[in-house]
Design a protein. Structure first.
Length: 328
């Protein structure tokens, strides 16, 4: 049998055929494998293919051969990423606001290369871009890389921080650059945030990564290590509603037992829940960054929840409610 021009790549092409053309629901017979190899100008007899299949197994690939009726079929079993794992990754990419539409499509196309052609086709049908509002900032990937570098090298940074104006333009919040010590990156509420220490304010702050521009890595070492030694990122995100900051305060909430799941989803299962004298009502103390966003969240739950302490928060919430009523 004359050898094909790509004979030296036979093992590679055999792997590609099994990877791309087979899965648990799609299998190939030996003659079909030979046809696929011939299509890329590789010739192979049965005996050499048996040896090649064993070589792939020895390399760690899950090549499965099994008899079904009169024929013997081959397919690739487990792969680098299973289809269920890929669906989770693809959904995360599609739902994230900080990844642009263009980059989402590029990343998903790369991910489909981890499964067979049949599975990739199903994956593409499953994940259709839903037209959600995505960032238009393609430079975010370079910004993230700069931020990671600064964290790795233990350096402070400077950057411009932007905001939208009424002309739908991104403009600087202030003329001078922000100067902070970066400590972590967090994905919360479908946005990407930089968690950093502001030495001038002596507090931990967060910044939307898609609004950061022109990052400069400074020679100065990072500050604020003591603030992050026991820092709980999950607790910080729970406290800052929609990542809007405010004065940290412990608030006592009284709520209908019917919405206990809402509180557990928001504040976690570690909160202590106590019964009250009112039937079917309970109380819990929660740590929050007091902001309009938090008060709006309470307001959205209607008569199912009350703020009962501290008094300053009760008064602020009552004042906001009366202001809203006065508008109608």
């Amino acid at each position: 049998m004359p050898k094909g021009s790509n004979q030296k790549l036979k093992l590679y092409y055999l792997y590609k055929i099994l990877h791309d053309k087979t899965d648990d629901n799609h299998k190939l017979t030996m003659p079909e494998i030979q046809e696929h190899l011939e299509a890329v100008d590789v010739t192979a007899d049965r005996k050499s293919l048996y040896d090649d299949l064993n070589a792939l197994r020895e390399l760690g690939f899950d090549v499965i051969g099994e008899k079904d009726g009169r024929n013997f079929y081959y397919h690739m079993g487990s792969k680098e990423l299973e289809i269920a794992e890929l669906k989770l990754l693809v959904d995360a990419i599609q739902s994230s606001k900080f990844i642009t539409e263009k980059k989402s499509s590029e990343l998903i196309k790369k991910l489909t290369g981890f499964v067979s052609d049949f599975e990739a086709s199903g994956l593409k049908r499953q994940v259709v871009v839903q037209g959600r509002i995505k960032t238009m900032n393609e430079s975010i990937y370079y910004t993230v890389d700069e931020l990671h570098s600064a964290i790795s090298y233990n350096k402070m940074i400077k950057f411009d921080y932007l905001k939208w104006n009424l002309k739908k333009e991104m403009v600087k919040r202030k003329d001078e650059k922000y100067e902070v010590s970066p400590w972590a990156l967090s994905w919360d509420d479908e946005n990407y945030y930089l968690i950093a220490y502001d030495a001038e304010a002596d507090k931990i702050k967060h910044y939307r990564v898609d609004k950061i521009r022109n990052v400069e890595i400074l020679e100065s070492k990072r500050q604020g290590k003591e603030h992050f030694q026991n820092f709980d990122m999950a607790a910080y995100a729970r406290m800052n509603f929609g990542m809007f900051g405010g004065k940290e305060v412990k608030v006592k909430l009284r709520f209908s037992n019917d919405i206990v799941g809402v509180l557990l989803d928001r504040f976690g299962k570690d909160i202590t829940i106590r019964p009250t004298n009112e039937e079917d009502w309970s109380e819990a103390n929660v740590d929050v960054a007091l902001s309009d966003q938090f008060l709006g969240w309470v307001f959205s739950l209607g008569t199912n929840i009350k703020i009962v302490g501290p008094e300053e928060v009760v008064q602020r919430f009552t004042s906001d409610i009366n202001a809203i009523k006065g508008m109608y």
